[in-house]
Ligand binder design. Structure first.
Ligand code: NAP
Length: 506
């Protein structure tokens, strides 16, 4: 039986930086929890993060669409099993509008600095605005700083050149001689589309990739109608995908032999059956364990690479010159357009923003030797400051939306304690952060990321940027804040406004 209590809950001011998938989620959940003093700052003119920025031809999500949604906002309208980028962008825009988030975002307003003092953060924006807040949450994403290759002569190229995340839609590729550097997850989606229209496409591959042949398919109107009418069916579909990915794909890369053998066999067979030319197949065969680099879910790359107008170049790039690329075998590849599908800097996180924590600690100094967080979310020296999808949160080929919901719930629990005036400032301890790093390191040896490849999954020291355990363990360990891992403080000035709020406690 429940009885009504009257609590005096404080009302914190919270700054959310970034209005991508995690920022929208936080805005919705914070407001639902009664946090109304919320400032959402977004550097661009639209919400959507990754899905706003990546507009390259073929952009899609290789996580099944019916699972790639917020748990509280399922979507029976997906047109494909793997949704296209523009449809995902529309989904986030729709959710933003529905929950009243969009009209409260400060667009075109990048955060330039966040400075902490005695329980308060002073956040400065590119428009010169100053916001003083009790909490700052960095929802700035992981893969959003395009990595441009440091190739000799790149600045001399005379044709159009752009990164996949900065696609230049003004450039007409029809009939052109196009070069693409890179063969990662993005390139595998771009290459088949460009190959359809380019006169000649040269693909510069440094390292081959393993491909899992799960094809995309339309969702028929009939199927959509069934999902609309039957939310339970939609939920079951979501649960099925979550189960399949967490129990099969995620486990395959985190030390579960049976699952790894299964995916290794499928990927190897896929290559053998898809590419009959032995010489080409040899060029496309990786020399590392399946899953060491992100497994690419794709059925269109192998057919595309075998087209008459496509050449797979495996000789290393020597230099770029005004008319194209010279490879180390001395060959010149003349190009009209050069596309850089060379990935992202995965360790920038909220930077280049200036983040200055307790006692003047700058984030660049805190992370000088190594990027360190506690449970991906908190950093010693930076009280009342959280990172969404920080280091060690990505889980191999799993939905980042699921992970973010767990993180959001964790942050809400801490803010709830602040609201009850348990503290004004909360900071994770050095010892807890060290223990977390050791736990991550300990999980590393069992993963396939040590399977003989280089990827953005590992940092400069060879330690994983990902979570090296299962999804189940992530959910379990991130469920509740371990208060012994934090120090808390109260200040004479106290927290913000007190608002009485009626709560029902059982
Ligand atoms: P990526 O996986 O880091 O691939 C970058 C590619 O560029 C690699 O083939 C790399 O070769 C090559 N490269 C980089 N620098 C080079 C140089 N100097 N010379 C020659 N080649 C060079 O980047 P991405 O394909 O953009 O994917 C990044 C991440 O985005 C993925 O892992 C995934 O998390 C996410 N993503 C997801 C989806 C999805 O459907 N969910 C789709 C696209 C991207 P090496 O392999 O030799 O380093």
């Amino acid at each position: 039986m429940g009885s009504a209590h009257l609590y005096a809950l404080r009302s914190p001011s919270v700054v959310v930086i970034g209005a991508g998938m995690t920022g929208i989620l936080l805005a919705i959940k914070l407001r639902e929890a009664g946090v109304t003093n919320l400032t959402i700052l977004e550097k661009a003119d639209r919400l959507g993060g990754t899905w706003r920025e990546n507009t390259y031809p073929g952009v899609a999500c290789d996580i099944p669409a019916h699972m790639y949604t917020y748990s509280f906002e399922p979507n029976p309208e997906w047109s494909h099993r793997f949704a296209h980028g523009d449809e995902i962008q529309e989904y986030f825009e729709r959710v933003g509008r529905k929950y009243g988030v969009t009209n409260s975002i400060h667009f075109n307003e990048a955060v330039t600095s966040c400075v902490y003092d005695a329980g308060k953060w002073t956040v400065k924006t590119s428009k010169g605005r100053l916001v003083v807040a009790d909490f700052v949450i960095n929802s700035t994403g992981i893969l959003h700083h395009p990595a441009k290759p440091d190739i000799k002569g790149i600045e001399t190229f005379g044709g159009a050149m752009f990164h996949t995340a900065e696609w230049d839609h003004q450039v007409d590729l029809r009939g052109k001689r196009v070069g693409i550097i890179g063969t990662g997850s993005t390139a595998a989606q771009v290459i088949p589309e460009v190959a359809k229209i380019a006169g000649k496409l040269s693909v510069f591959q440094r390292t081959p990739q393993w491909l899992l042949p799960l094809g995309n398919k339309d969702v028929s109107e009939r199927e959509k109608e069934k999902l609309r009418k039957n939310p339970i069916k939609l939920l079951r579909l979501r649960k099925f995908y979550m189960w399949a990915i967490s129990q099969l794909l995620t486990k395959a890369v985190t030390g579960h032999k049976l699952q790894n053998v299964l995916f290794s066999t499928i990927c190897k067979l896929n290559l053998k059956l898809s590419v009959r030319d032995r010489a080409l197949r040899a060029k496309l065969t990786p020399n590392y364990t399946v899953g060491c680099k992100r497994i690419i879910v794709n059925t269109t790359f192998y057919p595309a690479i075998q087209r008459d107008n496509v050449e797979l170049v495996v000789d290393r790039i020597d230099s770029i010159n005004p008319t194209g690329i010279k490879t180390r075998d001395g060959r010149q590849h003349d190009l009209d357009v050069l596309i850089l599908s060379t990935g992202f800097n995965p360790v920038a996180y909220m930077r280049p923003m200036e983040v200055i924590g307790r006692d003047g600690l700058h984030i660049n100094d805190a992370w000088k030797d190594k990027i360190r967080t506690y449970r991906s979310l908190c950093m010693p020296g930076f009280p009342n400051n959280f990172l969404m999808l920080g280091p060690n949160s990505p889980i191999g080929n799993y939905s980042v939306i699921e992970m973010s919901e767990v993180q959001c719930n964790y942050i809400l629990q801490i803010i709830e304690r602040w609201r009850r005036a348990e503290f004004d400032a909360i900071e994770v301890t050095e010892a807890a952060t060290r223990r977390f790093a050791e736990t991550i390191k300990a999980g590393m040896s069992k993963t396939v990321w040590v399977g003989g490849c280089q990827s953005w999954y590992l940092d400069g020291d060879g330690d994983p940027i990902l979570w090296p355990y299962t999804w189940d363990r992530w959910e379990r360990e991130m469920a509740t804040p371990e208060m012994a891992d934090f120090t808390t403080q109260k200040f004479a000035s106290g927290g913000s406004v007190i608002v009485p709020e009626e709560r029902v406690a059982s």
